[in-house]
Design a binder for this molecule. Structure first.
Ligand code: SR1
Ligand code: MG
Length: 415
């Protein structure tokens, strides 16, 4: 409980030194804004920390939704695994207590959560490029390209035990939007849309194909929940937080999650009371950021691969591709590898858009639109776009086609 945090931190010498002064001088603030964990900021005369605890239930829902506390262990494991890979793109883990399932993390200041900034119409020039680099580095160095299979299987063995949160992802992202369940929370104005999705065999087939990839393609270690609420930003610094959903899966999943939340913000902007020129210019910037994300990921991923001809992994040993013919073939292999990630990226973006409209975990981007009819109009446009992407993937094989389509669905959703 909150009252126990300061006395507990006082027993941790290194943390007490960061805070400075005496525990009686420390202040604590509840800053939880995600769905599942308790999060506090503690400040002392010298500095601050972030304390995060996994309760035995979903924080936002309450005790009627029990949830394994070991999610804090997986968040700590993810941070430790990626720290040497992504460096300053994530905060430092300062302490983890496996009994209390309690983490102490570097306090990020003056950072704010990216989602809040996007809702305000603020711009973060580095965020999307940094997230693209983050995904490229994390993915490459945990995949069969970057590590021998023995290391990869060790990681898979560890993160495969993160089953409670994987169940949440499978249910809330891949199953619930296409079935009736107590968890779904869409506004009544979207009843017809939800029914149409439940009845759409072609759509459900497309989603099932990607659900299968999510569960079976253990391509790299994923963050697993890389939406705009999992990124903290300033104008010139970006940190990825909240890795409790970490799991092995297709690299395009994390990229899709981030892009989905940019695109959802694009649609939500239509429901805000803001001058049209400001709205249009923010929307244009959001579309550019989807491109920046992808271009940054692709550039970084290919660069790491090219700079590490003997990549450390078992997939494409440089010795098998020597000479000009080998180099040319390797270039083709790289292009095909990245093209396959692009197809996953687009599909998972669409799937992640749908889950944020029809399923349990709604997002503030739409939630701040108080008029539910207006909110539903924006949400329905987003659903229409996402459905088109999933049912006609052949029309979205390049970034330009994807970005051009987003504005075309404005005003099409709700009759
Ligand atoms: C009950 S947990 C709801 C959601 O919050 C997290 O951010 C994940 O997206 C999860 O699906
Ligand atoms: Mg989270």
């Amino acid at each position: 409980a909150q009252a126990d945090i300061i006395p507990h931190l006082a027993t941790l010498t290194e943390i007490a030194a960061i805070l400075g002064g005496a525990p009686s001088e420390w202040t604590i603030r509840d800053v939880a804004d995600g769905y599942i964990n308790a999060v506090y900021l503690v400040d002392g005369p010298k500095g601050g920390i972030c304390a995060k605890q996994a309760l035995p239930w979903v924080r936002y829902h309450g005790e009627s939704w029990p949830l394994a506390e070991d999610r804090a262990f997986f968040e700590a494991s993810y941070m430790r695994r990626l720290d040497p890979i992504v460096g300053a793109l994530a905060p430092k883990l300062l302490h983890f207590d496996p009994v209390l399932q309690f983490l102490v993390i570097e306090k990020l200041t003056p950072h704010i959560v990216l989602r809040g900034g996007l809702i305000e119409g603020l711009r973060y020039p580095k965020a999307s490029a940094d997230v693209g680099r983050y995904v490229a580095q994390a993915a490459f160095h945990t995949s069969d390209l970057g590590v021998p299979f023995e290391r990869k299987f060790e990681d898979i063995g560890l993160f495969a035990a993160n089953r409670s949160l994987l169940r949440i992802s499978v249910d809330l992202i891949f199953l619930d939007p296409y079935q009736e369940t107590w968890r779904n929370r869409f506004v009544p104005e979207l009843d017809a849309w939800a029914k149409a999705f439940r009845d759409d065999i072609e759509l459900k087939t497309a989603v099932a194909r990607h659900r299968s990839a999510f569960l079976s393609n253990r391509q790299a270690l994923l963050h697993g929940d890389l939406h705009s609420g999992s990124v903290m930003v300033t104008e010139d610094d970006t940190r990825v937080i909240d890795g409790e959903f970490s799991t092995f899966g297709p690299i395009g999943f994390d990229l899709g999650a981030y892009a989905a939340n940019l695109i959802l913000n694009w649609y939500a902007q239509g429901g805000y009371d803001r001058p049209a020129d400001e709205r249009d210019s923010h929307r244009q910037w959001l579309l550019e950021q989807v491109a920046v994300l992808w271009d940054s990921f692709r550039h970084e991923f290919v660069a790491i691969w090219e700079q590490n001809p003997d990549t450390g992994g078992d997939l494409y040993p440089a010795a098998h591709f020597s000479g000009p013919a080998g180099a040319a073939r390797l270039a083709t292999i790289r292009r095909d590898y990245v093209d396959a990630i692009f197809a996953d990226f687009v599909a998972f973006a669409a799937i992640k858009m749908i889950r944020r409209v029809i399923s349990y975990a709604q997002i503030a981007d739409f939630g701040v639109i108080e008029d539910t009819k207006r909110r539903a109009e924006m949400q329905a446009d987003a659903l229409a776009f996402a459905r088109e992407v999933l049912k006609n993937p052949g029309r979205f094989t390049d970034l330009g086609a994807l970005l051009d389509a987003i504005p075309r669905f404005e005003g099409t959703g709700l009759d």
